[in-house]
Structure formats: structure tokens, C-alpha cells
Design a protein around this ligand. Sequence first.
Ligand SMILES: Nc1nc(=O)c2c([nH]1)NC[C@@H]1CN(c3ccc(C(=O)N[C@@H](CCC(=O)O)C(=O)O)cc3)CN21
Ligand SMILES: CC(C)C(=O)C(=O)O
Ligand SMILES: [Mg+2]
Length: 291
Amino acid sequence: MRSPSLSERRGNKVKKTTLGFKKQKQQNERCVMVTAYDAPGAEAAEAAGVDLILVGDSLGMTVLGYDTTTDVTTADMIHHTRAVKRGARDTFIVTDMPFLTAQGSQDRTLDAALSLIQQGGADAVKIEGAGSVFQKIRMLTEGGIPVCAHLGLTPQTVGVDGGYRVRGRTQEERETLLKEALEAEKAGAFMLVLECVTEETAEEAARLLQIPVIGIGAGRFTDGQVLVYHDIIGQFSGKQAKFVKQYADARSLIEQALLSYTEEVRSGVFPDTSHTFEPLEHPGGLYGGKK
Ligand SMILES: Nc1nc(=O)c2c([nH]1)NC[C@@H]1CN(c3ccc(C(=O)N[C@@H](CCC(=O)O)C(=O)O)cc3)CN21
Ligand SMILES: CC(C)C(=O)C(=O)O
Ligand SMILES: [Mg+2]
């Protein structure tokens, strides 16, 4: 194996590459992806040793307070990708292409992808959907931008394709999905996210494709998993999907801390002398040296 380039080697860690993810699949190593939207979240993800971070357009629902992902703009994605990048310099970052930026003209797609890479600092972009999207994947890949495809439940188009429901349940849906998965790979995608797909359909896709298939609500047998940060730590206030496993209860932890702070300010318990600066004229300590 060639030694890592300077840009890949920072600190003690070697940043993964698209080729590395493919190798991981060949060696049957599961791939771990998690979303992040800000520097502390990215730091935590990097410290946990995830393989890659997704700056998802779920940003709209988890952090920006929207009901859907379709209000999220390219400017939003750039802003948050920059923050994630500052928190996780050694981790491969994929950023979601916002609603409709992979539709219409190729110029529109190119402009959006270029700004996510150049201004945001993303290492790759993710695009939802099939059909004309495959041409966009080919164009970006040929131009040098790694693309992750996203099939199955594609939240940006739930308004026209049947809402939040599992895909690949009928023979017809299953065949369509597998055909699309193969097309995404052929178009040059380095990775595929399958969302809300039956386990056997996702397993078959992972078997058919050489690129890693990352599942969310796609069962046990994909090459890796992705979950939303706020779902994992228990800080999402919306409806919890069946595929979520919540590993902590950050919401009640945070609420408890803020409640205690509020009570202590009101009752005068906070601040006490240990939070208080002493004047220079009292080197021995205005409060008798007590800290
Ligand atoms: N916090 C959060 N987590 C996510 O996983 C997520 C977002 N936000 N925002 C963008 C999309 C939207 N996603 C969703 C949201 C809801 C369902 C959902 O309600 N699914 C049903 C399936 C019902 C069925 O057909 O059986 C479920 O009960 O899980 C699925 C994916 C996934 N993404
Ligand atoms: C749920 C994942 C795959 C996503 O696209 C997002 O977080 O926006
Ligand atoms: Mg998304």
C-alpha cells in the first residue's frame, strides 16, 4: 500500500479515502457513519472513531427547527459543514446536497457541489434519488467530486412518493431498488445510503454492489450503518423512527442542568465565592483563601 499523502496525515490519524471505504468492504469491516452539524458534535464523532461524518440535511429538523429537510439551503449546508470540519479535521466528511440542487440543469448541480466542497470543505457530497440524478452523479464524479448516492426513502421527495414508509416490500419495488442501486454504482458513486428498506432487499443490494452500502432502517446485513446524532444521544424532539436506537438521554440531562441553574440563580446559591474574582489588594484572599 502507498504511504498516505501529507494532506491525509494530520496528527496521528490517517484520514480515510473513498478507496479505503471500498477496501473496508472487501475485508468485511463494517463502516460506521454518523451525522454531525457543529464542531462539538463533530469532535465527539471523531473521538468515537467513526469512519465518516455526514453533514445531513436532517440539520433542518434536528438543529434549525424546521419540520422537513426541504427548507435547508446550500448556504446552511456550507455554514454547518465548515463548523463540522473545524471539529473533525481527520475524518472524512460527506455533505448532503440540499433539496432540488441535483435537479434541473447540470450547472445548478455543479455550482452547489462545488461550493459545498470549496467553501464548506466537504470531502464528498450525497445526493438523494434516481433517474436524472444518475447523470449528475456521473458528471460530478468525472469532475473529481466523490458522490454518495441515497436511495429507498428519500426524505426530500416524501411529498410526491408516498411519505415516510418502508421501500422494497413488493417484488416490483424491490427490483426497481436493486436496479437503481446498480445504476448508482455504474454512474460512479463511491458509496450508497439505503434508507428504510426491507432487510432482504438491502442485503441483496450489498451483495450485488462493490461499493459500500450503508443502511439506516435497512436491517442488519448492509456494509455499514448511519444514524442521526440527535437520535443517538436522545436530543431529538420529533417522532422517533423504528430504526433508531437511542444510546443516551441528553435531553433530560440538559433540561435538568438548565433547571438547576435557573433555581440556583433565583435562590442565590449560584454564584458562590469559588466563581468570584477577588481584588488584587487581598492577596491572602478576601474570602479567607477559601475556594
Ligand atoms: N432526527 C432525524 N432522524 C432521521 O433519521 C432523519 C431526520 N431526522 N430527518 C431527515 C430524515 C427523515 N427520516 C425519517 C423520518 C421518519 C421516518 C418514519 O417515520 N418511518 C416509519 C416507517 C413506517 C413504515 O412504513 O413502517 C417508522 O415508523 O419508522 C423514517 C425516516 C430519516 N431522517
Ligand atoms: C438520515 C441520513 C441518511 C440523512 O440523509 C440525513 O441525516 O440528512
Ligand atoms: Mg439527508
